[in-house]
Design a protein around this ligand. Structure first.
Ligand SMILES: Cc1ncc(COP(=O)(O)O)c(C=O)c1O
Length: 381
C-alpha cells in the first residue's frame, strides 16, 4: 500500500509518539493544578508553546493552542469580527464590517465567513486565476473603509498553490487591516516566518506535519486582539477555555521541533519525488495536465487531470495499492466537482477527472516508481 495522501493527514512521527506517551501515562496531571503533577504538565505545555513559536519566528506568548485548524480559523475570523463590531455598535452607515477572503479557501474559513455574512457582516470572495492565485490588484480594489479582516490561505490544500502572502501582508499593514492566513498545509512543507509574511493571525494544524490529530494553534501577533468564541475558565488567556490536551500539545511541539530541523531535507525529497511522479505519469499518459502553479506551489502536492477517466473510476481501480484523493479528503464521498478546481477554470468533466497526489517524508523513489506503474495500467484500462 503506497500512501500519497499526506495533505489529508500524515502518519504521526515515531519521535512524536515517544514524546507524547509519558503524558498519557505517568505525567497525567492537569496543568492548572498547583502540585508536582500539575507543574510537570504545565512545564510540558509551556515548552511546547516555545517550540511552536520557534518554528514560525514568533514569541511564546503569541501562541494559543486550539483543537485544530477548524477551531483556529473560526477563532481568528469570528473573533476579529466580533471585536470590531463590539467597538462600532454606533456606526449606522455601514453593515457590521467587511471581510475579504478568497473563493478557494478551506470550508473552515468559508463557513465562518458565511456565518458572519448571515449576521450582518459583508464578505468579498476574491476570484483566483488559473493557478489558484488571487490578484493583488483585485485585493486592493476590494478594500473599503470598513474592511476589518483579510483572510487568505498560505497554500491551497487541493492544488498546493502558494498565495502572495508577504505582498498581501504589506497591503494589510498599509491600510491597517487585520491579516489572517490559514497555513494548515504549509507548516513543515515550507519555511514560514510570521514576521517576513507580515501576518497578524495564522492557523497551524498538527496532523498535517506528522503530529497528532485534534490539536493545532493560532498565532496572534502581540497587540492584536480578538474576542473569544468559547466561554469557560481562563485557559489560553481566556481565548480557548478548557483543560489543555497535554499529550496533543506535547505532540504538536515535538512535530514543530522536528519540522524546524528537517524541513530543508523534506523539501528536497519532495522536489525529487514529485518530479519523478509527474514525469513518469506524463511519459505513460501524455495528455495529463498539472493543476496549480508550476513553481509557486507546495513541493509535495501534485493535482493532475487525467482526461477521459473519472477520478472515481481511477481511485477504485487503484484503491488497494495507492491511496490518493479526488479533490480534498474533507469532501470525499461526494461526487461533486471540487469548487477549487472549478474556480481555476476547469470544466466539470475535467474537475471530476482530477486526482490529488500529496507526498510525505516517508515516501521513497521505489514507491513512486510503483505508483506510476499502477496508475498508468489503470488509466490505460
Ligand atoms: C487548508 C486547511 N485548513 C484547515 C483545515 C482543517 O484542519 P482540521 O481538520 O484539523 O480542523 C484543513 C484540513 O484539511 C486544511 O487543509
Amino acid at each position: 500500500m503506497i500512501y500519497l495522501d499526506n495533505n489529508a493527514t500524515t502518519k504521526v512521527d515515531r519521535e512524536v509518539i515517544d514524546a507524547m506517551l509519558p503524558y498519557l501515562g505517568e505525567y497525567f496531571g492537569n496543568p492548572s493544578s498547583d502540585h508536582p503533577y500539575g507543574i510537570k504538565a504545565r512545564q510540558a505545555v509551556e515548552s511546547s508553546r516555545a517550540m511552536v513559536a520557534g518554528l514560525i519566528n514568533a514569541s511564546d506568548d503569541e501562541i494559543i493552542f486550539t483543537s485544530g485548524g477548524t477551531e483556529a480559523n473560526n477563532m481568528a475570523i469570528i473573533g476579529t469580527s466580533l471585536l470590531f463590531s463590539s467597538r462600532t455598535v454606533t456606526r449606522k452607515s455601514h453593515g457590521k464590517g467587511h471581510i475579504i477572503t478568497s473563493c478557494v479557501e478551506h470550508p473552515s474559513v468559508l463557513n465562518p465567513c458565511r456565518y458572519l455574512h448571515d449576521i450582518g457582516f459583508d464578505v468579498t470572495y476574491l476570484p483566483v486565476d488559473r493557478y489558484g492565485l488571487i490578484s493583488l490588484h483585485s485585493l486592493d480594489n476590494a478594500i473599503r473603509g470598513d474592511t476589518i479582516l483579510i483572510t487568505i490561505m498560505h497554500a491551497n490544500n487541493e492544488i498546493g498553490s502558494i498565495e502572495p502572502i508577504a505582498e498581501i501582508g504589506r497591503i494589510a499593514k498599509q491600510k491597517d487591516i487585520v491579516f489572517h492566513s490559514d497555513a494548515a498545509q504549509s507548516i513543515g512543507k515550507s519555511h514560514i516566518d510570521v514576521q517576513e509574511l507580515g501576518l497578524d493571525l495564522m492557523t497551524i494544524v498538527s496532523h498535517k506535519f506528522y503530529g497528532p490529530k485534534g490539536i493545532g494553534a493560532l498565532y496572534i501577533r502581540k497587540g492584536v486582539e480578538i474576542k473569544p468564541i468559547l466561554f469557560g475558565a481562563g485557559h489560553e488567556r481566556g481565548l480557548r477555555p478548557g483543560t489543555e490536551n497535554v499529550p496533543g500539545i506535547v505532540g504538536l511541539g515535538k512535530a514543530c521541533e522536528i519540522a524546524k530541523r528537517d524541513t530543508g531535507t523534506r523539501l528536497s525529497l519532495f522536489r525529487t519525488l514529485s518530479e519523478r511522479l509527474f514525469n513518469g505519469l506524463l511519459k505513460a499518459i501524455p495528455d495529463i495536465r498539472l493543476n496549480g502553479h508550476k513553481t509557486e506551489r507546495l513541493q509535495n502536492t501534485l493535482n493532475i487531470t487525467f482526461p477521459g477517466i473519472s477520478s472515481a473510476r481511477l481511485l477504485s481501480a487503484i484503491r488497494d495499492r495507492v491511496s490518493v484523493s479526488a479533490g480534498s479528503a474533507c469532501h470525499s464521498g461526494i461526487q461533486k466537482p471540487s469548487p477549487v478546481l472549478k474556480a481555476i477554470g476547469l470544466t466539470d468533466e475535467d474537475a471530476l477527472s482530477s486526482v490529488r497526489f500529496s507526498l510525505g517524508k516517508d515516501n521513497t523513489e521505489d514507491e513512486i516508481g510503483k505508483a506510476v506503474e499502477i496508475i498508468s495500467v489503470a488509466v490505460r484500462g
